[in-house]
Design a protein around this ligand. Structure first.
Ligand code: ARG
Length: 457
């Protein structure tokens, strides 16, 4: 259909190369929504009778229902979702359907559909999915609100922190991820319809009205930019790649924590797998796959940027390649977020093992130096004094908190009597009262704040 200047249809292999309906069919709801808004504008401009508009609306809704029910056969010779729906509409209702494409091109149509789609996915899948994981993390934090474990730098035990503090670190990252999605949504929510192929149209429909009807905040301001801009997809893919990277780091923590070497957590049977060879194995596959999936999330971003970078103005068919990375990143993250939230909820925390690891008195060497500072010793000297005690502890094999008071006094008279009280971990955490620190009070407040924010009740 619609052959125009072409005498022959495209070769079969070319059709296979050029078709996008096998993946862009998922834009069908947005395509129908956009077409109805466009038809209404046409009717207001006197291009359609009320009866024709009625036919178009009913026809499009029936097609949408058929597609949703799986009763629609997409034809690859019709290339994409837009042509499939329009052709079927015309087949069903005749001339009225053939009027729909006036003052519109697939170039502004696909840009509109994709923006609507990104908006829907951000609102209905991605933000709720991330919040779901945040809730799981906060729930675990609350369940184990007083559990202490070593905080690490360079993967070496550094200082004691609360488990909840560690988990809330990820809640913070995820909340920035949500912020980025909201920013992206704010920028993408403008309507390209009316931009035509690249140069607008001599038929001037009311763009503002169409935009408002579709829930856009306004209209795009330059028709050439509007049909070739895919920044919003790049932004979304970046936001998703970054979320994937955060989940990958969390995965890495869980992989370490569930190893025999750490034994800090036990992942549920539902979220681990056995080995076909080694009967004793319980592998953290979900975490490993999540870490692995971050590769493709990054890859999709790079694929899109590479795809766009050499394109002259304006629309080029290359842009059709924007959708598979977009859909893949959305599907990947959607799945990972759901599985991950479940895994966190079902994870057994071995609080005693964590506390035992955090009881290493070396972790409070800095607090010991702080004590000297409070007693008037310049920090650099204090650091050196404590360093001497650490060396003595290592060489004598006596834990730092067991070195006799005399040894302390020999190094510096400023440690004062009862110096070993420093090694009380609870006390050390109580002393950390500054906002953002891992002290009991601060962390409790943060848990409460997130409980409210995430409506955990
Ligand atoms: N399927 C196309 C895409 O995704 C729709 C736009 C086609 N426009 C064109 N002039 N061939 O980009």
């Amino acid at each position: 259909m619609w052959k125009g200047r072409f005498q022959e249809s495209t070769a079969e292999a070319v059709q296979r190369l050029g078709e996008s309906v096998s993946f862009d069919h998922r834009l069908f709801r947005q395509d129908v929504r956009g077409s109805i808004a466009h038809a209404r504008a046409q009717q207001r401009a006197g291009m359609l009778t009320a009866g024709e508009l009625e036919q178009i609306e009913q026809g499009l809704k029936a097609i949408e229902a058929d597609i949703a029910a799986g009763d629609f056969e997409f034809r690859t010779d019709l290339e994409d979702v837009h042509m499939n729906i329009e052709a079927e509409l015309t087949r069903r209702i005749g001339d009225a359907g053939a009027k729909l494409h006036a003052a519109r091109s697939r170039n502004d149509q696909v840009a509109t559909d994709t923006r609507l789609y990104c908006r829907d996915v951000i609102d209905l899948q991605l933000i709720p999915g991330i919040e779901g994981l945040q809730r799981s993390l906060v729930r675990q934090g609350r369940r184990h609100a007083r559990v202490v474990l070593p905080g690490y730098t360079h993967l070496q035990r550094a200082q004691p922190v609360l488990l909840a503090h560690h988990l809330l670190a990820y809640v913070e990252m995820l909340s920035r991820d949500i912020g980025r999605l909201r920013d992206c949504r704010g920028r993408l929510n403008v309507c390209p319809l009316g931009s035509g192929a690249l140069a607008g149209s001599t038929i001037n429909l009311d763009r503002e009205a169409v935009a408002a009807e579709l829930g856009f905040d306004g209209v795009t301001r330059n028709s050439m930019d509007a049909v070739s801009d895919r920044d919003y997809i790049a932004e979304l893919l970046f936001a998703l790649a970054l979320t994937g990277m955060h989940l990958s780091r969390l995965s890495e923590d869980l992989i370490l924590w569930s190893s025999s070497e750490f034994s800090f957590v036990v992942l549920s049977d539902a979220h681990t797998t056995g080995s076909s060879l080694m009967p004793q194995k319980k592998n953290p596959d979900v975490a490993e796959l999540t870490r692995g999936k971050s590769g493709r999330l990054l890859g999709n971003l790079v694929a899109l940027l590479t795809l766009i970078k050499g394109l002259p103005m304006t629309y080029n068919r290359d842009l059709q390649e924007d959708k598979e990375p977009l859909f893949d990143s959305i599907d990947t993250l959607d799945l990972v977020l759901a599985v991950f939230a479940d895994m966190i909820d079902g994870m057994e925390v071995r609080g005693q093992a964590m506390t035992r690891a955090a009881a290493d008195p070396m972790l409070l060497a800095t607090d010991l130096a702080d004590r000297l500072v409070r007693n008037g010793v310049p920090f650099r000297q204090a650091h050196e004094f404590v360093g001497k005690l650490v060396a003595e502890s290592v060489s004598s094999g006596t834990p730092l908190n067991r070195l006799p008071q005399e040894v302390y006094d020999l190094v510096s008279d400023r440690f004062g009597p009862g110096v070993r009280e420093v090694f009380d971990v609870e006390r050390a955490l109580e002393a950390r009262t500054n906002p953002g620190s891992p002290g009991f009070d601060c962390v409790l407040k943060e848990l409460e704040r997130w409980t409210l924010e995430l409506k955990l009740g």
